[in-house]
Design a protein around this ligand. Sequence first.
Ligand SMILES: [Zn+2]
Length: 71
Amino acid sequence: MRRPRLWTLREDRSGSGPITEAECTTCLEGSGAADGGRGPAVWCLAHAQATGHTGFRRIRTDFFRASCGSP
Ligand SMILES: [Zn+2]
């Protein structure tokens, strides 16, 4: 009888890295997705300056991949 194979979940580095996006909690405008956090942060500051909106939500997405290794 074969032993059940072990599935593991690992950070997926084959595609892009983590994606960061910022969204205004007042008007729901968004920065768009970016590879780093710097672009969205700069967008928040510019948006606050332009609109007076000061609340933001940061959305960070990272990727995992399941793989089946030997036990
Ligand atoms: Zn806004």
